[in-house]
Design a binder for this molecule. Structure first.
Ligand SMILES: Cc1cc2nc3c(=O)[nH]c(=O)nc-3n(C[C@H](O)[C@H](O)[C@H](O)COP(=O)(O)OP(=O)(O)OC[C@H]3O[C@@H](n4cnc5c(N)ncnc54)[C@H](O)[C@@H]3O)c2cc1C
Length: 379
């Protein structure tokens, strides 16, 4: 019997998870990556691999899916939530709330670790090869198709102690949140906006000023970064013989933008199903549709609450409780959330802006990039 062949567009976490799963089932796998290396969309910034959408620890889940956690990571079980007046609420969990990791091209990043694992498993990765179509069908893992949310910030070096800080305020991050992450002499500070994208600079300056004042943020060798995400109510993951995974399918945490676990999960399900005569559509529906609906519903509700109610809710509801448990309840799929999410449009819930030809903000840049590059296999 000849081995099955699987082609994949995109060497991000979803594409490489699909590749590893398909290789484990004996398929010959080729991944096309338009950039010269993995992780080139990122800048050494810290991201959090969330540990609340399942009671299973996410690292154990990755291992079960054949992915080794051989990237630098730090378990985070304590977050300092800052009220808008600067009052600090330390939230402690009994188990990690998320694992801090780095994205980009450097050694130790998630991206480089996944690449090493894929190559060692016998996956072929063709760098600098942009694909607009796979003639025999396959997996599309090309990342965001539009910019529904942006994060803009700085990566830097610092002598600050390790810490993880977050705050919500429309003054710093409209309908989103601002965060400061410090680990072993490196830091990331950012504003995560769900609207008013063109004013990113003003919100980023206000965010940096806030953390300087409230927690003594200090840095050197700071570098700007920015990126976007795409979330939606996922209705279908298939177009002809092309199967969508990760953010190209719209799998993203619509509430706070923690899309990595969805990327791993959808990639794994697609790779395994396509290499092993399984049914990816059934598999994602059973494993991910409830989570997707809950996160879209959460975003819709959060957006409607307004700045004051959001802050009051977070400032009163979270302190004194285990934050991982609070998040687990918030993200838990339920029938009523799924029913309500079905009534919401599958288009972005908030966007009101238009790209400007002369604008270099993260949102305009990402919208231009995604429009020029994506939709590949949907053609
Ligand atoms: C600034 C920022 C901060 C974030 N923070 C977090 C966080 O803290 N926690 C979290 O869980 N998530 C976070 N996310 C989201 C997370 O990064 C994404 O959900 C995740 O990377 C999606 O993985 P993916 O494989 O679907 O897409 P991507 O990571 O975007 O990978 C897609 C790959 O496909 C390649 N590609 C695209 N088009 C083509 C083509 N036509 N041909 C060949 N190759 C192509 C791209 O170059 C890229 O390498 C953040 C995102 C941003 C931008």
């Amino acid at each position: 019997m000849t081995a099955r062949m699987l082609e994949i567009v995109g060497a991000g976490p979803s594409g490489l998870s699909a590749a590893l799963a398909a290789r484990a089932c004996g398929a010959d796998v080729t991944v096309y990556e338009k950039r010269p290396d993995v992780g080139a969309r990122f800048h050494g910034d810290f991201q959090g691999l969330e540990n609340w959408t399942s009671t299973t620890d996410v690292l154990a889940e990755l291992e079960h899916w054949g992915i080794q956690a051989n990237f630098s990571h730090t378990p985070i079980d304590e977050i300092v939530f800052l009220s808008s007046d600067g009052a600090a609420h330390t939230l402690r969990a009994t188990e990690p709330i998320f694992y801090l990791l780095r994205r980009g091209r450097d050694a130790g990043t998630l991206d480089q670790a996944l690449k090493t694992q894929a190559l060692a498993a016998g996956v072929t990765i063709r760098f600098g090869d942009r694909r607009r179509h796979l003639s025999g069908g396959g997996v599309v893992a090309e990342g965001p198709h539009r910019a529904d949310v942006i994060a803009a910030g700085y990566v830097f070096e610092t002598d600050m102690a390790n810490g993880c800080y977050a705050t919500v305020s429309d003054r710093l991050a409209p309908a989103g949140y601002s965060y400061l992450l410090v680990d072993q002499g490196r830091g990331t500070v950012a504003t995560c906006l769900f609207k008013h994208f063109h004013d990113e600079r003003q919100y980023l300056d206000a965010t940096v000023e806030f953390f300087r004042r409230e927690v003594g943020l200090r840095w050197h060798s700071a570098r700007r970064f920015g990126g976007s995400g795409n979330y939606q109510r996922v209705a279908s993951v298939r177009s002809g013989d092309h199967y969508y995974v990760g953010e190209s399918a719209g799998f993203q945490d619509a509430l706070f933008g923690f899309g990595l676990r969805y990327a791993f999960g959808s990639g794994h399900l697609a790779g395994r199903s396509l290499a092993d005569n399984g049914n990816y559509e059934k598999a994602w529906s059973a494993r991910l549709s409830g989570l997707n609906a809950a996160s879209v519903f959460n975003r819709w509700l959060y957006a409607r609450l307004g700045d004051r109610s959001r802050r009051m809710l977070l400032e009163r509801a979270v302190p004194g409780r285990d934050p991982r448990r609070v998040l687990q309840r918030l993200y838990a799929p339920t029938r009523w959330k799924s029913a309500l999410a079905r009534c919401l449009p599958s288009t972005p819930l908030l966007r009101t802006e238009h790209t400007r030809a002369d604008c270099d903000c993260t949102w305009c840049r990402c919208q231009r990039d995604t429009r020029a590059a994506s939709g590949a296999a949907r053609e």
